[in-house]
Design a protein around this ligand. Structure first.
Ligand code: ATP
Ligand code: SF4
Ligand code: MG
Length: 317
């Protein structure tokens, strides 16, 4: 028995844009997620976080690489086995306004997965919906209503109940709190944590900044332009980020204690994120990296374990 639930090896997702150009949204990433943990995936807009999440969950076919779920290579599963696998993972989306069908009642939205997989009907189906509403902090009177009658935070709770309906083991939460008011963000994060504890769930939690995933992640992966730059525990990433890109992301987080703030230097990155259609040679971060060297333009650094449990892809190490 391994404690790894999901392992991603050299995963690629390229989009063909026509005219022969290829957009390498995810370009050979490696990481593993342990059972019961929250793995935070961070990086600037467009670096490939959502594409990685969608490919892992099977919403996109991968271009190359392997996805191992509970030791099984998902790419090779067919028919019934493939369907079983899709039942074990679910997604919670960023925009709670766009991700719920406005013409469906809350009951039918939440029960969609139950219907697709023929898991419950009639009274059992209704009971299951009530139980799920209760689990996410809503109540049974909400079942017959429509999405427009709810606030953003409540809609995200409905989205979470929908994801939980078929009892998945693994949930990809793609920026589930970014679109919510700051005042309700913490409540939804707490709900994720509560559900994880109660149900033994494993999360891939996507966010564009480190501040958002700091408290909820056990480990964090930092992506830049389709590549994974650093993977380590949340604690180590905050205490001692090794990759220059992680260092710049961390330096952007405001520090509440002014004494601490004085010790930390703000690193402001120059220039824009290059286009993923035409990325820089070698290390994709080299056009903005304050430490770039000759070798950085020639070769993409391999991901190395530079100290136990701390993986970095950078020629400095
Ligand atoms: N279906 C698609 N077809 C073509 N290009 C796509 C598609 N989906 C994403 N892309 C492109 O792939 C790259 C990565 O996009 P992705 O949405 O995965 O990034 P992201 O890290 O989730 O960004 P954000 O923080 O804005 O959500 C972007 O350049 C995007 O334009
Ligand atoms: S490989 Fe070079 S350019 Fe890339 S992050 Fe490291 S030092 Fe900077
Ligand atoms: Mg995204």
């Amino acid at each position: 028995m391994s404690d790894t639930l999901l392992e991603v090896r050299n995963l690629k997702k390229h989009f063909h844009l026509g005219g022969g150009s290829v957009l390498k949204a995810v370009d050979g990433i490696n990481f593993a997620i342990h059972k019961g943990e929250t793995f935070g995936l961070v990086g600037e807009s467009g670096c490939g976080k959502s594409t990685a999440g969608r490919t892992i969950i099977g919403l996109y076919n991968s271009t190359d690489g392997d996805i191992l779920f509970d030791g099984k290579n998902v790419n090779r599963l067919k028919g019934k086995e493939a369907k079983e696998y899709t039942r074990k993972m679910q997604m919670v989306f960023q925009d709670p306004y766009a991700s719920l069908n406005p013409r469906m009642t809350v009951e039918n939205i939440i029960a969609e997965g139950l219907d697709i997989h023929n898991l419950a009907s009639g009274k059992a189906r209704r009971e299951r919906v009530y139980e799920l509403l209760d689990a996410v902090g809503l109540n049974k009177e909400h079942a017959s209503r429509f999405p427009h009658e709810f606030s953003g935070g409540q809609r995200q709770r409905i989205g979470i109940a929908r994801a939980l309906a078929i009892e998945p083991q693994f949930i990809v939460a793609d920026e589930p709190i970014s679109a919510l008011d700051v005042s309700v963000q913490a409540q939804v994060v707490n709900l994720f944590a509560k559900l994880q504890k109660e149900r033994g769930l494993t999360y891939l939690f996507i966010a564009h900044d480190l501040a958002m995933v700091k408290h909820i992640s056990d480990r964090i992966g930092v992506m830049y332009l389709g590549k994974m730059m650093e993977v380590t525990t949340s604690h180590m990433l905050y205490a001692k980020p090794l990759h220059p890109y992680s260092q710049s992301l961390l330096s952007a987080i405001p520090v509440p204690d002014p004494k601490e703030a004085g010790k930390r230097e703000r690193i402001v990155l120059q220039g824009e994120v290059p286009s993923p259609v035409n990325p820089p040679s070698g290390c994709p971060f080299r056009t903005r990296c304050p430490h770039a060297m000759e070798v950085c333009s020639q070769k993409m650094p391999d991901m190395q374990e530079v100290e136990p449990g701390h993986f970095v892809a950078c020629h400095l190490y």
